[in-house]
Design a protein. Structure first.
Length: 479
């Protein structure tokens, strides 16, 4: 393995690991904000208990996500300096805004929310979590804008004097057609993860023999999480359908690889449930297909034409020949077909199973019912938060590997973006260190979550009125 291969492995490990925390953060922030708002409106003690309970779990997840996110950005300077130099004028702008605006918005108001219990006015305290939720959305939007530019570069020009890509239209970057479909798809996926997390935690407590007087509260949490999961799954399906059509338009090779479609189908293209191809990835050997479905998914018309791998590869070889930086020749312009094909299907499959579990949980808890005891529910509880979480991860694996060999589609190949002075040994060292560090952080994360999940929601305590609401109360200052 050369430095490029190892650097790609490192970026994949760090990014996928970091993204384990992101959808949980995005999803939980909105749910917690809704819990606290419900408490303010109806003064139901259960809503305040759930707010504090899931707020603690959210804080643990946010802290670990923060650490891994900072490390992730170091890689652009460590291993991908040529990429950073070439596209830094464009790629760096939305990331800088994300850090200066969105991240500080969510982190500042999260701090106020954590330490502001009984110190801030109740409505302002609840507003802090709403601002955290808005901050997570803004943060995701700017980061996805940078990634969408890599998928479909717009609003730039190449400066032959500096040898760099330079931004000409920031609005075009933020309103990239890929961005406009990727953002809702990613956000609904995140809410699906957050809902599944709440559903699993509530269901676990609901199955405990000592649940007693807390049955109503945890049943409520379970059903709320299930509804969020199910509604979000519908959003994922709709946004994913739109995203597939845009992907077919701007990245025909990715769609062809996702379906292992080797030759162009002029109309009524079938969707492949299982395809086995030749070892060199040049042709199909065996397939199980659903008629017409691929044409509809790709174009919205069962008679639509879908380009095949061989035809797209030939067209890109003719169009690009040598890559944009004139450093490496990419003869295939083809991603790893099995990885792209199966990551696409695993993403869809895990998401669908997660939605079906949500339906089963809603049915099992209808009309004040409690799920019957049994080993099956143990596996349901274990799988519920993991299925949509892994579906998110496989979705990103598909998105990034399906773009290969491009790091910026049609502009710069991955091999051209590597740091020229970094050796394979140096990248191996950072890969091993970071992987070991992240393994340790994973143990910390899981132990903390399991510990506080087992403790459960705190007992209800009537919020203390602020001293400054009493004009005659003495002034108090505390560190």
């Amino acid at each position: 393995m050369n430095a490029v291969d190892i650097a790609r492995w490192q970026f994949a490990i760090v990014t996928v690991y970091h993204f384990f925390f992101v959808p949980v953060t995005i999803g939980l922030s909105l749910i917690i904000a809704c819990f606290e708002t419900a408490w303010l409106r109806h003064r139901n003690p259960e809503m305040l208990r759930l707010t504090k309970f899931f707020g603690k779990l959210f804080t643990i997840n946010f802290a670990l996500g923060l650490v891994t996110g900072i490390v992730q950005e170091f890689q652009f300077g460590m291993n991908w300096s040529d990429y950073s130099r070439f596209v830094g004028d464009i790629f760096g702008a939305p990331l800088a805004i994300e850090a200066l605006l969105a991240f500080f918005l969510e982190s500042t108001f999260l701090g106020l929310w954590i330490f502001g219990w009984d110190k801030l006015p109740p409505k302002f305290h609840a507003a802090c979590m709403w601002l955290v939720a808005i901050g997570t959305l803004l943060s995701a939007y700017f980061i996805l804008a940078a990634n969408s530019w890599m998928q479909h570069p717009v609003g730039y020009k190449f400066n032959p004097v500096t040898g760099r890509a330079e931004m000409t239209d920031f609005v075009a970057v933020l309103t990239n057609k890929v961005q406009l479909v990727t953002f809702p798809h990613t956000m609904t996926s995140a809410y699906m993860v957050g809902g599944a997390f709440v559903m699993a935690v509530g269901l676990w407590h609901l199955r405990r023999p000592d649940v007693g007087k807390n049955t109503t509260m945890y049943r409520k949490a379970t059903r709320i999480g299930a509804w969020v999961t199910l509604v979000s799954a519908l959003g994922v399906i709709v946004s994913g359908d739109l995203q597939g059509k845009i992907m077919t338009e701007v990245q025909p090779m990715k769609m062809a690889a996702a379906e292992a479609l080797y030759n162009t189908e002029a109309s009524q293209a079938p969707f492949s449930l299982l395809t086995i191809g030749s070892l060199d990835g040049s042709k199909e050997k065996f397939a199980v297909k659903v008629p017409y479905l691929l044409s509809f998914l790709a174009t919205g018309n069962v008679n639509g034409s879908v380009e095949g791998i061989n035809q797209v590869r030939a067209a890109e070889q003719k169009l690009y020949g040598q890559d944009a930086t004139s450093r490496t020749f990419s003869p295939g312009y083809t991603p790893t077909i099995p990885l792209t094909y199966w990551s696409f299907r695993i993403m869809i499959g895990l998401g669908m199973v997660g939605a079906l579990i949500a339906i089963a949980v809603l049915w099992s808890t209808r009309r004040d019912r409690i799920p019957r005891p049994g080993r099956l529910w143990f596996w349901v509880i274990l799988a519920t938060p993991l299925l949509p979480l892994f579906a998110n991860s496989f979705g990103w694996i598909f998105t990034e590997t399906g773009r290969q060999p491009w790091i910026v589609y049609g502009v710069m190949t991955t091999t051209s973006g590597i740091s020229p002075s970094v050796s394979a040994g140096e990248v191996w060292t950072s890969l091993i260190v970071l992987t070991g560090l992240y393994a340790g952080l994973a143990v910390v994360e899981v132990k903390l979550l399991l510990k506080y999940i087992a403790i459960g929601a705190p007992e209800f305590e009537e919020p203390v009125e602020r001293a400054d609401q009493d004009e005659d109360a003495p002034l108090v200052f505390a560190y």
